[in-house]
Design a protein around this ligand. Structure first.
Ligand code: C2E
Ligand code: CA
Ligand code: CA
Length: 401
């Protein structure tokens, strides 16, 4: 066998792995062909098949360190790509907990089935399947995520979700310019659950699509009611957050447009907030969708701007109206020269491209003042107001005038 980094080569006839030995890696066959041999309880070795280019061998090693369940021999000169158990665990750790648990359970059951089929029971030196699976469930947060996803569905149906609205201030005039709608979940037993917890789960389960449409409808209705109660006719805007799953749905533009039309809010009062990541993940689809939204009169804001890993050149590619400077830069602005430089650059860049700039996370007067001097158009943050219930908006708008 020869070995170079993660690629391994075997000559025809060489043993690649031996039944009963401890395994540390699985392999994808890049070149050649192998034979799978299993030793029966009576000691006779039996060929159970061959595998060729593009197939995987030794995959059980990435579930656990239990002995190899078969011997694999090269029947042609082979070149193999290695996937180590460590690499696989790391990838699994990074993935969605439900996907992780399912992959682990399937692999464990597969090993158990294979083992039962080919080896007598007393040869087994690893724990029973049930113990292993319980261990996976305990380690990962899978069970918790499944619970929350199911409960989130109930919450949608039973109207346990609500929106809070955070005012966004015009820094130059000091008057409120609009609001950002932020989802809240009052769980009947667990109490309030943070969007930081339930939004990612709603995204992964696909339930976010329904939730976003609800949020848009509710936010438009709240804006209309607030305008009517305050008699403020200078058209405040309402910013609503959307995620990748929303954009992935074919019906997105239509349903957004219909919801806005039914609410009687002008489309240009609606700002769609999306992240840089969404643009980078599906650039062509996002561009087309945003173009249609823009054509229908809506505004597009990029949330958490500056935290993405994108090159700035992509900004030209998308129809963007507003950049929202991420709160981490505002927080560090006064003690970190880099954050200050970044804020300056974002403002200059946005201005050059005819965009509006909103700074997020303004907690102190001096931050607001500095941002205004730098030419930032708008800001939101605890200094001006925390996200509030609809009932409190009227007073806030009146007081800010
Ligand atoms: P985001 O869109 O960046 O929203 C701003 C978050 O910053 C909100 O947290 C807000 O309460 C918080 N915030 C505002 N001002 C300040 C400040 O001065 N200091 C600090 N430390 N925080 C401030 P929240 O409501 O917990 O939401 C967290 C995230 O959850 C949001 O971040 C957004 O990514 C997501 N989210 C919330 N509602 C929705 C929704 O309806 N749809 C989607 N897709 N995501 C949502
Ligand atoms: Ca946002
Ligand atoms: Ca943000």
């Amino acid at each position: 066998m020869t070995n170079s980094e993660e690629k391994k080569s075997f000559k025809a006839g060489e043993i690649i792995m031996r039944q009963g030995e401890e395994g540390h890696a699985a392999y994808v066959i890049e070149k050649g062909r192998v034979e799978i041999l299993i030793q029966r309880p009576d000691g006779v070795e039996q060929s159970v098949g061959t595998r060729g280019v593009g197939t995987m061998i030794g995959e059980m090693a990435i579930v656990d360190r239990a002995p190899r369940t078969a011997t694999v021999r090269a029947i042609e000169d082979c070149s193999l790509l290695e996937i180590t158990a460590e690499d696989f665990s790391r990838r699994l750790e990074e993935t969605d907990p439900i996907l992780r648990m399912t992959a682990q359970v399937i692999l464990t059951r597969y090993r158990d089935t294979l083992t039962r089929a080919h080896i007598s029971g007393e040869n087994r030196s690893w724990p029973p399947v049930e113990a292993v699976e319980l261990n996976y469930a305990g380690q990962s947060h899978a069970v918790e995520s499944i619970k929350i996803a199911n409960e989130f569905k109930d919450a949608l149906d039973r109207k346990q979700l609500l929106l809070h609205y955070q005012p966004i201030m015009n820094l130059q005039t000091g008057v409120v310019a609009g609001f950002e709608a932020l989802m809240r979940w009052n769980h009947p037993e667990r109490g309030p659950i943070s969007p930081g917890v339930f939004i990612p789960i709603a995204e992964k389960s696909g339930l976010i699509v329904q939730a976003s449409q609800w949020a848009l409808r509710e936010a438009c209705a709240a804006l209309k009611r607030t305008e009517a109660r305050t008699g403020y006719d200078r058209h405040l805007f309402m910013s609503v957050n959307f995620s990748s799953s929303d954009f992935a749905s074919d019906d997105f533009v239509n349903s957004v447009y219909n919801t806005i039309s039914e609410s009687d809010v002008r489309p240009d009062q609606v700002h769609l907030e999306i992240t840089e990541r969404l643009l980078m993940d599906q650039p062509d689809n996002a561009r087309e969708t945003l173009m249609m939204c823009r054509k229908a009169g809506m505004s597009i804001a990029i949330d958490d701007f500056g935290t993405g890993y994108s090159s700035l050149s992509y900004l030209h590619y998308f129809p963007i109206d507003t950049l929202k400077i991420d709160q981490s830069f505002v927080r560090d602005m006064r003690k970190n020269a880099n954050s200050m430089a970044l804020i300056r650059s974002i403002i200059a860049l946005g201005k050059n491209m005819g965009m509006k700039i909103i700074a997020e996370g303004v907690e102190e007067a001096v931050e607001g003042d500095t941002l205004r001097e730098l030419g930032c158009d708008m800001a939101q943050g605890y200094y001006f107001a925390r996200p509030m219930a609809e009932a409190d908006l009227v007073k806030f708008v009146r007081d800010s005038l």
